[in-house]
Write a protein of this length. Structure first.
Lengths: 584, 174
């Protein structure tokens, strides 16, 4: 790394004492690149074993990498923490302007420790940290308003990120998110609740510096290759045109679109909520993260008339992707686009993770249908698939928690099912609710073994689809090794904070060339070794905090609702997990 | 000005010349010796990727944003789209009028050139530009003045920016 590259600067903020300091850690970034790799080291250093996720000692670690600000599509921030949702490793990624802003404020990582006694928000820039009173922002009905207020109140429009929580985070719902730039989210595993437990309402990070380059000519050359690939390859074009919502129809066709709490893998309303229909009838604007020419962010324009006031309309711009469509659409049996968008909007207003929220509601609807919960417990709500209004009411109650039932549901489907039953259809894996892919054992082995229980850890759904095409079920060891190989490589990408959508653009060879031009020498073998080591670091932390892969609960439902290549056995899935752990 | 263009003009504000057709900057460059300027064709097509801002800095061989002569920010929250600020090469540039040391020299045909050795970093030029198109470098403590090279436009994937001949642009506006 060039000696004047500010990446090595690690900012530590202590919310309890309201102090901060900056330490230079060049070795951390040399050995672990940045992002996830640097973050897991800092988490291990700063989070004592057995810490309660809501204890002030649980640190929030934000990290970026060396390519940010230099190259396109290296646009993610990784955040590591102990998850209140799973009780073990919490790791969440988001783009927006977050990564570029942290890098431009001249930090490689930011550690937030302690807890404030009163609501605060922080403004972080090249000079350090400014503590601001957030008492007036605490309890605001809508997360959108928090964004609007801070946008007006703070400077740096265009070169800043505004990360904020909604009331879900304040009320410690374990799957509340942190929203950044309105349409991007640190969605999964409850970062919003960790913010809330620290009385931290928002982070504004801004900066505008320049970054050193080792070889200017090589830098421009490799930049052009990456930029061309990012704008011209067919895969990136797909992300740009229909966005991830392009997955809805193909998944439904093969029977892999989770519907009505996975009572089915096909949805009769799939056509109407498909990416094609959304683009045709609702797409109102496309957006990009800072320094990403792909512009995969799709906003639907929802025009709603006021019922008793002719010629008054409200026009909302709502972000959509495959996952929100599955979670607020097929999973809840909602096939009307405006209805689906209204559910998504409520989730945004409250600041919940859309996937977990949708899957929790789907479990609750089935549990109500089967008589496991009473309308007294649901505070009078008759939860039924397809009933948008009731789902919107229920979302508000997950946050306000008027009954024990909602207090339980605010801890996830797994937790609620432990109390009320229905565990066989509580669709959480490692306590994290499922993503929108019921493609087969690869997807589920991925959710269970993945170090953050995300469909993006090892893309098992894509291995399933390959197997379907090949017409051949892989043996357990083969599948486990493929999942491992993918997850190891993704540690490299998330340490360099390259968006996973650009995984085809950033080949190992190009990464080495890109790094060399900015003064970091690295070989492909070194990258692969680092990926394996980072994954082991993460598993060491998970297991230190009590995670045992072989003891993971697996809901029966996934074996009884036929996946695209038919049903599969639990013994086979357990075998895959065993092979994964053995080869880690 | 036709009425149909009114909405577009309001939305894209003064920075845009919506009546212009998108140009190919590479073809225009070097075609003649006419003075060039950067033009914002249509801010509604801007996705806010800021690839232009990074390109502007990369042209000088650095990464980051400090020396960018372009600024893209949201129009009050990104749901409303973006404001794209570039130097529009005014024929009678207000930035030059307020420079106490004559460090900003009027360019033939419009716009200015910076003679950095004369600049004392007072920032009057930043205040004087009604578009906010005089950027500031924290590193040099001097303004960042667009040299109308069009390098940025080549990295705009959505044809928001283009380099155009100043004289032709003036005629078109008339």
């Amino acid at each position: 790394m060039l000696p004047n590259d500010p990446l090595k600067r690690v900012l530590t903020v202590d919310l309890t004492r309201r102090t901060f300091n900056v330490e230079e850690r060049p070795e951390l970034f040399r050995n672990r690149l940045g992002g996830t790799g640097a973050g897991i080291r800092l988490l291990e250093e700063n989070c004592p074993a057995g810490t309660d996720p809501f204890n002030p000692e649980n640190p929030i670690i934000l990290a970026v990498g060396p390519l940010v600000g230099h190259y396109p599509v290296a646009s993610k921030t990784t955040v590591l923490f102990k998850s209140p949702h799973t009780g073990e490793l919490g790791e969440s990624h988001a783009g927006g302007r977050s990564a570029v802003s942290i890098r431009m404020a001249e930090y490689g990582a930011i550690i937030i420790k302690g807890a404030s006694t009163m609501p605060v928000y922080l403004v972080i820039d090249q000079d350090g940290v400014h503590f601001r009173d957030a008492s007036a922002l605490w309890g605001l009905r809508s997360s959108y308003t928090v964004g609007s207020v801070l946008r007006e109140r703070e400077s740096g429009s265009g070169t800043r990120t505004i990360m904020r929580i909604g009331r879900a985070g304040e009320n410690l719902v374990t799957y509340s998110c942190v929203i950044t730039e309105t349409y991007r989210h640190f969605g999964r595993l409850g970062l919003g609740a960790v913010f809330g437990s620290k009385k931290l309402k928002a982070l504004v990070i801004q900066g505008k510096n320049s970054l050193p380059v080792a070889n200017k000519r090589a830098y421009r050359k490799v930049y052009d290759r990456l930029f061309k690939a990012a704008t011209e390859t067919p895969l990136m074009k797909k992300y740009h045109e229909l966005g991830t919502a392009m997955n809805v129809l193909p998944l439904n066709t093969i029977g892999g679109l989770p519907t009505r709490n996975l009572q089915s893998g096909t949805f009769e309303g799939a056509e109407s909520i498909s990416g094609e229909q959304m683009a045709e009838n609702y797409l109102g604007r496309r957006l990009a993260c800072a320094h990403c020419p792909v512009a995969c962010i799709h906003l639907a324009a929802l025009r709603t008339p006021y019922p008793n006031d002719p010629y008054f309309f409200k026009t909302n711009m709502l972000g959509y992707d495959h996952e929100p469509i599955f979670a607020a659409g097929s999973m809840l049996g909602i096939n009307d686009v405006p209805d689906m968008l209204r559910v998504m909007d409520q989730i945004e207003i409250l600041g919940l993770d859309v996937m977990s929220a949708g899957v929790c509601l789907a479990w609750a609807a089935e549990a109500r249908q089967k008589g496991l919960i009473t309308t007294e417990e649901t505070d009078g709500l008759e939860l039924t698939f397809g009933d948008t209004e009731t789902f919107i009411e229920a979302l508000q109650r997950i946050v306000s928690q008027p009954t024990d039932f909602y207090r339980a549901l605010a801890h996830g489907a797994d937790h609620a099912a432990e109390i009320y039953g229905g565990e066989e259809y509580a669709l959480a894996f490692g306590r994290n609710e499922m993503a929108g892919y019921h493609t087969g054992p690869g997807a589920y082995a991925g959710y269970l073994s993945g170090s953050r229980h995300s469909h993006l850890d090892s893309a098992g759904y894509s291995l399933d689809q390959e197997a379907i095409k090949a017409g051949k079920k892989p043996d357990a060891e083969g599948l486990a090794l493929k999942l491992l190989e993918e997850e190891r490589w993704r540690q490299v990408l998330s340490s360099l904070v390259i968006c996973f959508f650009a995984r085809g653009v950033y080949t190992p060879e190009l990464i080495c060339e890109a790094l060399a031009a900015i003064g970091i020498s690295c070989t492909e073998t070194m990258l692969h070794d680092m990926g394996a080591a980072i994954l082991r670091d993460k598993y060491t932390f998970k297991e230190r905090e009590g995670f045992i892969l072989s003891e993971s609960r697996i809901p029966r439902r996934i074996f009884t609702t036929a996946a695209p290549w038919g049903t599969f056995e639990e013994t086979y899935l357990r075998e895959v997990l065993e092979e994964y752990r053995k080869n880690l | 000005m036709q009425d149909g263009n009114l909405v577009a003009l309001i939305q894209s504000s003064q920075y845009s010349r919506c009546e212009q057709a998108p140009g190919n900057t590479r073809n225009q460059q070097g075609r003649n010796n006419m003075a060039k300027r950067l033009s914002v064709i249509d801010t509604e097509r801007c996705v806010g990727c800021q690839a232009c801002m990074f390109a502007c800095v990369r042209r000088t061989g650095s990464g980051g944003l400090d020396e960018s002569c372009i600024h893209v920010h949201s129009a009050g929250g990104i749901r409303k789209g973006f404001v794209v600020i570039v130097c529009r090469a005014c024929p009678s540039p207000p930035c030059a009028k307020v420079c106490p040391t004559d460090a900003l020299i009027e360019r033939e045909g419009g716009g200015v050139k910076l003679k950095a050795s004369l600049c004392i970093g007072c920032g009057n030029c930043v205040e004087a530009c009604p578009f906010g198109a005089v950027m500031w470098s924290n590193a040099t403590n001097k303004p960042q003045i667009c040299i109308y090279c069009g390098y940025c436009a080549d990295y705009c994937p959505y044809d928001v920016l283009a380099l155009e001949d100043l004289e032709e642009a003036v005629h078109a506006a008339e």
